[in-house]
Design a binder for this molecule. Structure first.
Ligand SMILES: [Zn+2]
Length: 130
């Protein structure tokens, strides 16, 4: 299944909204820290994409900020997939991920079946049954 232009547009909108939300969260987290260096960077969060700002944030070596940056990277990758029209393929089985799933979870790279498998595998890695 190929995404129709209107589905692409809808996904792009969803991703843009998600992107803004993550940046807002990150900005709030920086402001709440009370640390002047963080507060200075909070004003630049919406300019991310600027490598220098991203690198400064990475240098903070803060788990919460790192998680937000990771989310932004996933959103960025999803935007590229939407633009390239390859959004809809599962990276594991190459089946359709499904438009409904993408709308609900636009950064998804796996279909629901493979995602379930993937999470099961990870759980096993975390708690090996010896
Ligand atoms: Zn799959």
């Amino acid at each position: 299944m190929t995404l129709t232009p209107s589905q692409k547009a809808e996904l792009a909108r969803t991703l843009a909204a998600l992107d803004k939300q993550v940046r807002d969260d990150m900005r709030a987290a920086l402001l709440q820290s009370g640390d002047q260096k963080y507060i200075d960077l909070a004003g630049m969060v919406h300019d991310l994409g600027d490598e220098a700002v991203a690198n400064e944030l990475i240098d903070l070596d803060d788990a919460l900020i790192e998680r937000h940056l990771q989310e932004l990277r996933e959103i960025e990758a999803a935007k590229r997939r939407v633009a390239g029209g390859s959004t809809n393929r599962c990276i594991d089985c190459n089946d359709d991920i499904g438009y409904e799933r993408l709308l609900a979870y636009p950064v998804a790279v796996r279909c629901i079946v493979c995602q379930g498998q993937h999470e099961k595998t990870r759980t096993h890695e975390a708690t090996p049954r010896m």
